[in-house]
Design a protein around this ligand. Structure first.
Ligand SMILES: [Zn+2]
Ligand SMILES: [Zn+2]
Length: 152
């Protein structure tokens, strides 16, 4: 398990391992926080946030949108190159094939588990059967304690 904590004041990210427990301080601004990574997991996945104690999490594909655009651009470039060299009849099949490859790659990317309350991110953890995608109604309940990260 890898847990990424975001400082509530300066948003500096810091990675924590499964045995990190105790008091820590932000590398940048020195704001103190505590981590309880050893009790965050239950048998099925992340059950209690190691940093804020929250019980609500959502899942998000750990996939950079910019990377997705780059992959599409590369697919198109390959199809154009093959079309130019081997004949334009190959353009569409090659483009479709590379799009299918992109789908397979995207489907294999594990989702990241994110705490609604403090935005902490958990990777290399099993997907908890209770967790689902981002739900704005659940997020609303945490609006008062929300960090500024998503409001920017
Ligand atoms: Zn900080
Ligand atoms: Zn949290």
């Amino acid at each position: 398990m890898r847990a990424r904590h975001y400082c509530a004041d300066c948003l500096t990210a810091r990675e924590h391992g499964p045995s990190d427990s105790g008091d820590f301080a932000c590398d940048k601004c020195g704001k103190a926080y505590s981590a309880r990574c050893d009790t965050a997991m239950d048998a099925e996945g992340v059950a209690q946030c190691a940093f804020c104690g929250g019980h609500a999490f959502f899942l998000q594909k750990d996939f950079d949108q910019r990377l997705g655009c780059l992959v599409m651009a590369v697919s198109l470039a390959i199809a154009l190159f093959v079309g130019w060299r081997a004949g334009w009849i190959w353009f569409t099949p090659v483009l479709l094939a590379s799009v299918v490859v992109d789908w397979i790659v995207a489907a294999r990317i594990k989702p990241v588990t994110i705490c609604y309350r403090c935005d902490a991110e958990y990777r290399d953890v099993p997907v908890h059967p209770r967790h689902q995608g981002y739900d704005p109604h659940v997020a609303e309940r945490y609006a008062e304690t929300k960090t500024v990260r998503r409001m920017r």
